[in-house]
Design a binder for this molecule. Structure first.
Ligand code: CA
Length: 513
């Protein structure tokens, strides 16, 4: 080989090294991403006001670390999830709208509906087994999970807390099958047997074995609350990633503040002293225990000096549980919103959401742009600079990164958002039932499958959904019914069957013809 040839090879080696080195640098600069998902937390269950004014509830609940997060990030006043657990979680993990992925109700037992049909409607053959990372599992949506894409791109992926993504005995019951490197306490069930370490988180009660929290054996018998245990373990897992010099994705999905309403002894007494009913005080203490977890994680990031390179997204998976009285009294309310968990009204679907992204998102800012839970999927991948990814599922969500960086408002003000719940939840209340729903601009239309009736609300003027304008605004009714029908047809949404006629319930625009 002549000298020129040698030089050429040396140049090639140099180019190769440069490209490798820059890839490594890029990997090192990738932000850590934390999704901090609370279970069943209502829009008002916090000292951070998410409305345009404070309410008495903002003075009742104490969430100093949510205040700390909001001071460093952007608050969303109109962030939506679905009305119950599993549909929200599957949308987050797949980027699909619930009408599309067909996990429209909560999941638990393989091939079984959690709630039987009522007298009027037969529920469709929805995906009762949840999502699946592999093909060929009956009654599941086969999808490429978000953590798998992050893992494949070099992220250390941590699941801590409640999973509730697949039925017992299916692959998605174990987060390790979804691309998580570590699973702390997650399985098929959507509630803990107990929040108390002294009760082994439900593992001591043979009658509650389905709900017994897996793992965490080292805390059994100890005076420790579940929210604290999953946080300590999550911090240990983040430290592993830091030690390996790997960016991490932490899905900190708290079991709190779902039932059973069990007081967090660290905080409960002061709420009792304030004169709250025992069940309200217990609930408020669970909220504050969750908030302490957020604070502990933020303090850990600061101590390790990685807070400037870590994005935190705070969200709840559905509205506060207001329809069911526990201990004889309601433990939460959601007012000024109407109704709560399980409802198509705002109390069931509007969530407290905050995003902190140092250097990108203006601290202490607020946006009224609306978004929905499936938008998290493409947003998180964009935050991680993961492009050109392949998924087996079509992704419905739209990235909200332009809202965070203040580049664009338009797509979020005018595009329609959709909900589809052709199921039975159980408890009664406003907006609760088998429904299809669309939000576009100021307006929201709810179509009730049982009697083919409509509710039309102007949310900007009437946040409490007190005035049904379906009869007063026929043009808006017709337009939104058409937008909703187009979506249901496009994603081949499943309608329930009218038991009286044996026929599928009509699409909303067919009722108006
Ligand atoms: Ca929930």
């Amino acid at each position: 080989m002549n000298i020129r040839g040698c030089n050429l090879i040396l140049s090639l080696v140099a180019v190769l090294c440069l490209s490798t080195c820059s890839d490594q640098e890029q990997a090192a600069e990738r932000p850590n991403i934390i999704v901090f998902l609370v279970d069943d937390m209502g829009w008002q269950d916090t000292s951070v006001p998410f409305w345009n004014k404070r309410t008495p509830f903002n003075d009742l609940y104490q969430t100093p670390n949510m205040e700390r997060l909001a001071a460093g990030g952007m608050k969303f006043t109109q962030a939506y999830a679905t009305a119950v657990c599993s549909p929200t979680r599957v949308s987050l993990m797949t980027g699909m709208n619930a009408a599309h992925h067909r996990v429209t109700n909560w999941t638990l037992r393989k091939d079984k509906q959690p709630v039987a049909d009522d007298d009027l409607l037969a529920q469709p053959a929805w995906n009762v087994n949840g999502m699946s990372p592999v093909a060929g599992i009956a009654s599941t949506i086969h999808a490429t999970p978000l953590p798998q894409l992050l893992h494949d791109a070099g992220y250390f992926t941590i699941h801590s807390g409640k999973a509730h993504l697949g039925a017992i005995g299916t692959p998605a019951a174990d987060p390790l099958n979804l691309g998580f490197d570590i699973n702390i306490a997650g399985h098929a069930a959507g509630a803990p047997g107990s929040y108390y370490g002294t009760e082994a988180f439900g593992n001591n009660d043979p009658n509650r074995s389905t709900w017994a929290v897996p793992g965490l054996e080292k805390y059994h018998g100890q005076e420790i609350y579940l929210s604290e245990a999953v946080t300590l373990e999550a911090v240990d897992a983040m430290q592993k990633a830091v030690d390996q010099n790997q960016p991490f994705f932490l899905y900190m999905a708290h079991y709190a503040v779902h039932t059973p309403i069990q007081g967090d002894d660290r905080f409960v007494q002061k709420y009792i002293n304030q004169g709250m009913l025992p069940v309200e005080a217990k609930y408020a203490s669970m909220v504050e225990g969750m908030d302490k977890s957020l604070g502990d994680i933020m303090t850990y990031l600061e101590k390790k000096e990685i807070d400037d390179n870590t994005i935190i997204l705070f969200m709840s998976d559905n509205g506060g549980l207001s329809a069911v009285a526990r201990g004889g009294e309601k433990h939460t309310h959601n007012k000024p919103l109407s109704s709560g968990k399980g409802s198509a009204h705002e109390g069931g679907i509007r969530e407290p959401m905050i995003v902190k992204w140092p250097g990108k998102v203006k601290p202490n800012s607020t946006t009224d742009d609306y978004l929905i839970i499936e938008d998290f999927f493409p947003s998180i991948l964009e935050m991680a600079s993961i492009k050109d990814y392949q998924t087996v599922q079509p992704v419905d969500g739209k990235s909200f990164v332009p809202v965070l960086t203040n580049e664009s408002r338009t797509p979020y003000q005018e595009r329609p958002l959709f909900w589809h719940y052709p199921n039975r939840w159980g408890p009664k209340g406003p907006g609760i039932g088998s429904t299809s729903t669309v939000r576009q601009g100021d307006w929201k239309l709810i179509y009730y499958h049982a009697d083919r009736s409509f509710e039309l609300f102007n949310l900007t003027e009437d946040i409490g959904e007190t005035k049904n304008q379906a009869n007063d605004q026929p043009d808006t009714l017709k337009e939104l019914a058409s937008v909703l029908t187009d979506h249901l047809k496009k994603v081949d949404a499943q309608m329930p069957t009218d038991k009286a006629t044996g026929k599928l319930v009509e699409y909303p625009d067919e009722v108006l013809e």
